[in-house]
Design a protein around this ligand. Structure first.
Ligand code: ATP
Ligand code: ZN
Length: 286
């Protein structure tokens, strides 16, 4: 099999670093080629293409690339015939409608008759139609947030993560119309031998995602509370328990989910756990 997968990622911008890091953690090293149009991994049959993010759905539909990494906002705005395969755990943002600070907003009806500037006319149109609101959509490609300040629009619909850009431009977030993350997209009909490579890649991505969401935890537990401590740490199957040299104590090793982490630590401490070590996991295969 000498087929290679072709994966398109953002050339530069907010998703570039996250895409390259994910590939690196999947054992795909392209460190020598990120400044070119195309890079080849030396340890996985894959070629990486660097494009503007907006062009990626079209290239994947046209099979210029088999796969792409882009924000869901770009995928749903582009309306191309591609399949979303996997959410990738980075590039979180919201597509939101923002209005001038202090102006009352009482739901979508407040947008009736207003002029809204956006780079996302398709997603905004869907939202307005769903709420049966008539607004004028003014499509602009960059610096949408300045539109109300210069009298070009009454409101905007744009990507937000912290909200600081809105704040600096005298705007307030009124309504979120889409929550977006980076996703892996694929061409609808890729050849069977490439499909096998894609399965391999997805397997690795899942192992990396699981590892990022979990921590390895080691602690010393007094034997009289071992039962309660074990019940707090279900682990992948069940925790490892080893006797310590000091009588009456055991060493417990397990895996905990990032989201439950702090809560579990509190409970472990209240059950007498000591010497708690928390370690990052590189890959996790269950
Ligand atoms: P390109 O030159 O590739 O067209 P761009 O300027 O359109 O780049 P970026 O600003 O780099 O794009 O954003 C790329 C993607 O990053 C967005 O489409 C979105 O999915 C994601 N993203 C995450 N947080 C934000 C944010 N605060 N603002 C904008 N995009 C964000
Ligand atoms: Zn773009």
């Amino acid at each position: 099999m000498n087929q290679k997968l072709k994966l398109a990622i953002q050339k530069s911008g907010r998703l570039h670093e996250g895409s390259v890091s994910l590939l690196r953690e999947c054992g795909i090293d392209i460190s020598n080629g990120v400044n070119k149009l195309k890079a080849e991994a030396n340890n996985f049959p894959i070629e990486i293409y660097f494009f503007r993010d907006d062009d990626i759905p079209q290239y994947v539909e046209d099979a210029v690339a088999d796969l792409g990494i882009v924000g869901e906002n770009v995928v749903y705005e582009a309306c191309k015939q591609v399949e979303v395969v996997e959410e990738l755990g980075f590039g979180h943002c919201r597509l939101s409608i923002a209005t001038p600070k202090g102006e009352p907003y009482e739901g979508p009806a407040s947008l009736e008759g207003k002029k809204i500037a956006t780079s996302y006319p398709v997603l905004l149109r869907n939202f307005l139609d769903k709420h049966k609101v008539n607004s004028e959509i003014h499509e602009i490609s960059g610096s949408v947030e300045i539109a109300p300040g210069i009298g070009l629009a009454d409101a905007i619909c744009d990507l937000v993560s912290s909200g600081s850009t809105l704040f600096m431009n005298g705007l307030q977030e009124a309504e979120t119309i889409l929550r977006s993350r980076a996703v892996l997209i694929r061409n609808r009909s890729i050849a069977p031998d490439k499909s096998a490579l894609l399965d391999k890649l997805i397997f690795r991505i899942n192992a990396v995602k699981k590892a990022r969401n979990n921590k390895y935890i080691l602690l010393n537990a007094p034997n009289e509370n071992l039962k309660q401590i074990i019940s707090l740490l279900p682990g992948m199957k069940s925790p490892t328990v080893l006797p310590l040299a000091e009588p009456g104590w055991s060493s417990v090793h397990s895996v905990v989910n990032e989201n439950e982490f702090w809560e579990i630590i509190e409970k472990l401490k209240s059950n007498g756990a000591e010497g708690i070590l928390v370690v990052s996991i590189e890959k996790m295969i269950v």
